[in-house]
Design a protein around this ligand. Structure first.
Ligand code: PMP
Length: 430
């Protein structure tokens, strides 16, 4: 199995650090050879050996409508003939901004960037420039991209690779990053009390997706909002994963909480490299050239990326039924997997919301990073490989969320539940 992938991985390791262009792809925590994909359509990916996989990563979130979605492919083809980049303003950028402002509550202006990392990095700079304060609070196990300031107690690949301190991130930078456990308001209150009038922002994943999927406990996000209001702190919702996924208007809409700044990535680019940050006009006006907080990008607002994202956003906007369908699919899958795991007597937790979920092998609720870290990685590893062998492609780390696409059919879900039963049998018999 995976013959061509193994050959390619050997060659890749000669030329690319660790053989991959982003760490979690390397299967480091689950072991084995990363699978090299060749093409994908709808809910399926096909590898270089010709094997087919049901995809529960969906490019880590963006492919909410499935792979190679016809309207997106057509739009990209058409726009590529106009030029792949102008470096001037285009009308399309206005349309995209209009579409985002229409869908997302509580924002007046948007700045497009090229990744979720850039979106979060720029939102933090804006919060600092706006408040004139340097420090900020983030949560253990939340991931906001690889900008220096965020690589303290970070989730995703940093957690998967168990990197405690990232070499190259200076002490001076890290000192301004204050961390609290997710879902722990008293810890946040304490940080604010210890650093009076020094905290520019609290940045949070409103549903954490980078330590598995962890939901905010009732009152947590409301509490953050209140603490921000009471202390002149900006609340930044990192909606790189949750934006346009949990609802048309993302987590702000789902939980009915207003953030001061919101960051986006993934779905907003329809699979192209795009990010964005947005907020009220009064705050966004501080961004250059309107204001002095500098932020720029040669390829920002790139027409091919814009048309891909625009096409997806329009479809989501016009067909809100997609969100209820996704939720039904997720509920069906969670129920089937719970029954399968329960029947085999395997202790587990499945956290889920919208079209995000994750499975942790633990007997206690997973509400923060330390709980997620305490779950059995050994069992996750074996489960991951047993599912992969049966054609189901899960995130290769327990510190990642699964993402469902609307391309999944009833048969696909039944196939996945059946694969789960077979996988459990295989791992409990071995
Ligand atoms: N924020 C969150 C919540 C993310 O999940 C990610 C990426 N998984 C990022 C930021 C960084 O985005 P990118 O990888 O596009 O830089």
């Amino acid at each position: 199995m995976y013959f061509q992938s193994k050959l390619l991985f050997e060659k890749a390791q000669e030329l690319i650090p660790g053989g991959v262009n982003s760490p979690v792809r390397a299967f480091k925590s689950v072991g084995g050879t990363p699978i090299f994909m060749k093409h994908a359509k709808g809910a399926y990916m096909y590898d270089v050996d010709g094997a087919r996989y049901l995809d529960y990563i969906n490019s880590w979130g963006p492919m909410i409508l499935g792979h190679a979605y016809e309207p997106v492919v057509k739009a990209i083809q058409e726009y590529a003939t106009y030029s792949t980049s102008f470096g001037t303003p285009t009308e399309l950028e206005i349309k995209v901004a209009e579409q985002i402002v229409k869908m997302v509550p509580n924002i007046d202006q948007v700045r497009m960037v090229n990744s979720g990392t850039e979106a979060c990095m720029s939102a933090l700079r804006l919060a600092r420039g706006y408040t004139g304060r340097n420090k900020f609070i983030k949560f253990e196990g939340n991931y906001h991209g690889h900008a220096d300031a965020f690589l303290v107690s970070a989730g995703s690949g940093v957690a998967t690779l168990n990197i405690q301190a990232v070499p190259g991130v200076t002490q001076a930078v890290s000192e301004d990053t204050l961390t609290a456990p997710y879902n722990n308001l008293p810890a946040v209150e304490q940080l604010i009390a210890d650093n009076p009038e020094q905290i520019a922002a609290i940045i949070v994943e409103p549903v954490a997706g980078n330590m598995g999927c962890i939901l905010p406990q009732p009152g947590f996000l409301e509490g953050l909002r209140q603490l921000c209001d009471a202390n002149g702190i900006l609340l930044i919702f990192d909606e790189v994963m949750t934006g346009f996924r949990l609802a048309r208007g993302g987590a702000q809409e789902l939980f009915n909480i207003k953030a001061d700044l919101v960051t986006f990535g993934k779905i907003i680019g329809g699979g192209m490299p795009v990010g964005a940050f947005a907020g009220r006009r009064e705050i966004m006006q501080h961004i250059a050239p309107a204001g002095k907080v500098y932020q720029a990008g040669t390829l920002s607002g790139n027409p091919i990326a814009m048309i891909a994202g625009y096409t997806v956003l329009q479809i989501l906007d016009e067909h809100p039924v997609i969100y209820s369908r996704l939720e039904e699919k997720k509920d069906y899958l969670v129920k089937g997997m719970r029954e399968a795991l329960g029947a085999a007597g395997i202790v587990h937790q499945i956290n889920h919301v919208g079209s995000m979920l994750s499975v942790h092998f633990a007997e206690y609720p997973i509400i923060d990073f330390s709980a997620a870290s305490g779950a059995s990685n050994e069992l996750f590893k074996r489960f991951f490989h047993a599912m992969l062998e049966r054609g189901v492609y899960l995130p290769p780390s327990a510190f990642e969320s699964w993402f469902l696409s609307n391309a999944l059919t009833q048969e696909d879900l039944d196939f996945t539940i059946d694969a789960t039963k077979k996988a459990i049998k295989a791992i409990t018999n071995s």
